[in-house]
Design a protein around this ligand. Sequence first.
Ligand code: ZN
Length: 150
Amino acid sequence: MRSAWVWIAGMGALLMAPAAMARVCAVSIDSTDQMTFSSREIKLAADCSEVNLTLRHTGKLAATAMGHNWVLTRTADYQAVAMVGMRGTLADSYVPKADPRVLAHTKVIGGGQSTTLRFPTTLLRKGGDYTFFCSFPGHFAMMKGKLTFG
Ligand code: ZN
């Protein structure tokens, strides 16, 4: 009987291994009617394989007046992407379409809403320099922060 239990425990460990390697890291960030994010820095641990990001808008203003999204680019690309994005539309979340500089982004939300985004960290290089920002017209200068991986 004893050896049977050991075998079952061993099988369990083998089955668990792939799940343990795929680590989903949860990140949540709030945005406000005062055109701010609640964090200026997001640190992802080196063993995160995926990011599950939740953006909340804790204000009351509509998406058309004070909409917010969360866009991730390399820091070198962020201003250029923000400039193109602000010439876009709310339907496009003020994000340039099919632009490889946009690593990940949420849709634009208004007060009281939230949205979730999941992306793999294979998009990111360890030690790379990344900036997250809101691409709603006029927001990127105030609503931005640094993202680090590893
Ligand atoms: Zn915004």
